[in-house]
Design a binder for this molecule. Sequence first.
Ligand code: ADP
Ligand code: 5SP
Length: 518
Amino acid sequence: MAERAARRCCLGWDFSTQQVKVVAVDAELSVFYEDSVQFDRDLVEFGTQGGVHVHKDGLTVTSPVLMWVQALDIILEKMKASGFDFSQVLALSGAGQQHGSVYWKTGASQVLTSLSPDLLLHEQLQACFSISNCPVWMDSSTAAQCRQLEAAVGGAQALSRLTGSRAYERFTGNQIAKIYQQNPEAYSHTERISLVSSFAASLFLGSYSPVDYSDGSGMNLLQIQDKVWSQACLGACAPRLEEKLGRPVPSCSVVGPISSYFVQRYGFPPECKVVAFTGDNPASLAGMRLEEGDIAVSPSTWDSFPKPVGPLRMHLAPPSGLCVHFCSFKNGSLMREKIRDESASGSWSEFSKALQSTEMGNGGNLGFYFDVMEITPEIIGRHRFSAENREVLAFPREVEIRALIEGQFMAKKIHAEALGYRVMPKTKILATGGASHNRDILQVLADVFGAPVYIIDTANSACVGSTYRAFHGLAAGTDMPFAEIVKLAPDPRLVATPTPGASQVRDHPNYILLRVRV
Ligand SMILES: Nc1ncnc2c1ncn2[C@@H]1O[C@H](COP(=O)(O)OP(=O)(O)O)[C@@H](O)[C@H]1O
Ligand SMILES: O=C(CO)[C@@H](O)[C@H](O)COP(=O)(O)O
């Protein structure tokens, strides 16, 4: 550890749905330290499931803000106990689950700037939040606010032209509008609203970090072409919102040096730079170094893939600021875990055995599984079709597991194609996220897309992308292109190639049928 600890490095953080993760990457861009704190396992006192609380209405979903703060304390203390040499950290950046929002109470900035190094962060920030349970991306309780916002700007299409997206319930502007309408007192006692990403950056900065353009594009508030808040959207959501949000900044901005708290408590160098944090999906994108024709699939809590330029949900990608289209699916890892528990005794290795013991194409059996209301498309329920194209109520366990995985990837492929994406001979699929640990799942991905699947040397691409962005921040002011920064990064590793005959399976009539149904 001593030898490793002496490496000059950048840190990349990810405040995701289920955990806080960190990686350290050295100047050769090798990952030499990884750690995580899982909310359900390591912070049981908060009683979350999958990092969240689903409220009685089944629509409201929140996470305790102090759980996120305490997770950071725990992980930093673990690093310290392991001998991690913080004095070698040149810069850091990070990512947060997208859309979630944090409400800082009036007076909190004062506390942030005067933290005592003798105490943990969560001990000092207890009274700093006007809302203790933060709305997160799984929340779908703001249908009324979405309708109000679209009506205020001239409809869904107009909102999409303005902000890159039609109104989505999880998007932050609609969440803020709900808080203002239902809890005006808490809203009026809020001096600053952060995204999860800018909240995490604020902890490291010891002052409020601005929202970056990329994560800001997931709020239904940013005028995406001009990169300023839309006055029409702000006005439709809540009063005095602009001052509570602060000005958005380019994703590659150095937002300041690290706060003296981290220098004194952990030994970070005072000149350690903090580069604006961004959303976990844009940060993954920065970690994956996509080339023309490539497609990234991130099967994590929330399955997603970004695609250059599309019509429905646009984000400004870091660091280029180019528009990309994110296609997101709500029934991701948690749905796979449910089927694993029901059909594979809760074991991923049993789950894998089921994939190995069943044929590609599943003998024509097809299923799609949406236990929570899906977004792409808006559909709920489990639907299974036999090879004879009859809807059936159940499948044998192995067939169920293959139907789930094939159905999930087929749905992604169909949506990518609907957006104009075509698999080319040179196409690589870059997989990341928790499920990318599972080779059998990745084999299905290769077969369904008809393209080879690659992974980078860690499934934590949001963390790794954040370290690349931190290195880019170190070169701030030199016009160094991002591509130059990442040229040393290890090449992605090939892990699955399409099985011969896979394309015939994709032409099965039931797959064609799925195109119509999904
Ligand atoms: N071997 C595996 N096979 C399939 N899925 C896995 C495996 N290991 C972990 N996972 C999934 O990865 C998920 C976590 O993904 P991850 O991307 O780390 O989460 P987050 O959304 O918090 O960033 C878990 O919920 C779990 O379902
Ligand atoms: O909201 C979205 C995408 O719109 C999610 O992708 C969140 O950003 C959660 O990410 P993970 O915790 O699954 O990484």
